[in-house]
Design a protein around this ligand. Sequence first.
Ligand code: ADP
Ligand code: MG
Length: 347
Amino acid sequence: MDRPSLVTLKEVSKSYSPGLPPAVSRLSLNLEKGEILALLGPSGSGKTTALRLIAGFEVPDEGMILLNGMPVAGGEIWVPPESREIGMVFQDYALFPHLTLLENAAFGVQIRGKREREQKAMEVLEMVGMGAMAKRYPHELSGGQQQRVALARALARGPIVILLDEPFSDLDADMRTEMRREVERILQDSGMSAILVTHDQEVAFSMAHVVGVLNNGSLEQMDAPEVLYHTPATRFVADFVGEADFLPGEVREGIVTEVGTFHDGSGLPKGTRIEVMIRPDDVDFEPSQDGNGLIAGRKFRGSENRYSLALPSGILLRSSQSSDRVLPPGTRVKVTVRPTHLVVFPV
Ligand code: ADP
Ligand code: MG
């Protein structure tokens, strides 16, 4: 028999009160050993609820949750959080202010003997680079250090999976990058599998092997980052993951739009009105007296110039250009669009 997934959700739903739409709706997923899974979605999309369901801080209304192939929630079954082999890192870290770092890390370690528990706690504090501060208290720490301790406390339980809620959202930009690398290293060194939830695409893409996109409690698509970016399954994913403009068109002999006709692989019947997803990297232009576009604006972003091009219909397309390509607004241009993958949505 195949080895069971570490974490399995089968059609899990959760509503906080009868009148409200579900916070999580028929969510299904599998986490395999050694994998890092990210759930990505805007605020209110159900990310925290999903983690709390897995950890056992919420009870699902419907569906089933399994850890290592064993049901922990669903139907009559209920395994409380302290009996689930899960380490949770809360968004605000939730360290105990009156306990030292060592005591924080030792909390919830289910080993007999105070000395043995402290030994384990010290081991994980060292793993996260906080061994030297073991006798200090949380208020003496920076945000990044608190996060390390929260991670140590989660690891100390010897979990099969670590859950991280918006792990870097409370850190400033420099610290965020540093901690992202650190958390990645720690997870890798400890061979730990993880589910992280975030509203930040960069975090999800840089850390996770698989990313699930949540919208209003529902999973819209779950795929590798590259697949999500190039072939989003829904308009929501196209919009939320990366930057996209949408150009109206129609299926005829090819997909006809105001910037040209594209080869049609959509399988949609002729006459269907659609929108074509256009990424800024797909759009190029050359100055031309009788061009079809006009430079409406340019934003210098350091590593690139982001142009905004007005088409005859008034639609604006964004175009990513090198950081030293500078042309003034009002310049008439010929716009060419070459999508790496043509993605269309019926309207
Ligand atoms: P996210 O973490 O993606 O921001 P949440 O899981 O926190 O999303 O919330 C999903 C939805 O459930 C939101 O509409 C939110 O207002 C609602 N919600 C979250 N927690 C509670 C709660 N304890 N009681 C009632 N509604 C809640
Ligand atoms: Mg949240």
